[in-house]
Design a protein around this ligand. Sequence first.
Ligand SMILES: Nc1nc2c(ncn2[C@@H]2O[C@H](COP(=O)(O)OP(=O)(O)OP(=O)(O)O)[C@@H](O)[C@H]2O)c(=O)[nH]1
Ligand SMILES: [Zn+2]
Length: 378
Amino acid sequence: MSSAASPQSASTSPLHASASSHPLSPYGWDARWEAEFAPYAEQGLLPGRVVRVDRGQADVVTAGGLVRADTALVTPHDPLRVVCTGDWAAVEPAGDPQLIRALLPRRTAFVRSTSSQRSEGQILAANVDHAVIAVSLAVELDLGRIERFLALAWESGAQPLVVLTKSDLVPDATGRSYLVEDVETTAPGVQVLAVSSATGEGLDVLGAIVAGGTSVLLGVSGAGKSTLANTLLGKDVMEVQAARDVDGKGRHTTTTRNLLALPGGGVLIDTPGLRGVGLWDSEAGVGQVFSEIGELAEECRFHDCGHVSEPGCSVLAAIEDGSLPERRLESWRKLMRENRRIVAKTDARLRQEMLKNWKQMGAEGRTNGALKRGQRIR
Ligand SMILES: Nc1nc2c(ncn2[C@@H]2O[C@H](COP(=O)(O)OP(=O)(O)OP(=O)(O)O)[C@@H](O)[C@H]2O)c(=O)[nH]1
Ligand SMILES: [Zn+2]
């Protein structure tokens, strides 16, 4: 490893300069991670980002390349503390296998419920900045499904972005703009972008957004996630990644595509688990998706108004005067019901843990969302 790549030399130079020129910056390393890592750097540990985890070991990309590291020291019996793709780790500089000593606190995390009886959350990806929700324009829009993905995204702490794929299949520009508007109404505070891997429409904008951090692709099967991933990665890059012998020891000739640095900047996490993700305890997320209902509810005469037939109900009044589509209220009720069912099955301690960790992220997200909505209204 070159001396420029060692965390010691990185921590002695000015934060910004060193973080941006760090060999790990293509993997999302920044001044904040560097500051949080400083105590570990003092102990001679190496920073690295977890690419994949299997059977108690993790592939971690470090300044010196990919290392196979053991997670035993940082994996207690807690499903939310398990090392996962996207985590930043402090790795011992030597040993076979090298040991992960610590994980940096997660900024965001995607969690899904397991279908097991104990119904514990399972961490799918950590430190994701952008949740790209792929929705095909080739089939009829399912706004309820989009709302579900939005709730999941907000709950994780990541900023959602809706990408309407296969726009080439809706050649009529007016029709396309109506579809975009429909989704915008459903997704307050969220950018909506029509893209086509066939014509290239919108791909430069998408590329610029994902260049600023770590992204995941969400969406149902056939939404066009693989096609988008390939476009962002470039076919050549993927083949190069797979063939490159990153640690120079010939051990990892097959690199998984779980976490990849994009040629245009940014990182893409694409794991099988994330592809099938559902809704999990995302009451805060649901509230954010339906923020306009929450705002209306604050004006209801009764604090515990159920918006069914109560006098002085602003939600019902908004439906009456047409400013709130009835479909939105029904969709909100459905998601809240579904959410309550999941919550009832979920270990209370686990939820406490999640709340503690991500309340702050959620609060920031909501403020940002409110600001954006405010700007849109004016
Ligand atoms: N016309 C058109 N077809 C597209 C576009 N993007 C993807 N497709 C097609 O849509 C189909 C599904 O795309 P995928 O990228 O495999 O979808 P996916 O979301 O990855 O699906 P899963 O792998 O099942 O999760 C494929 O046949 C693609 O060729 C596009 O921009 N335009
Ligand atoms: Zn009401």
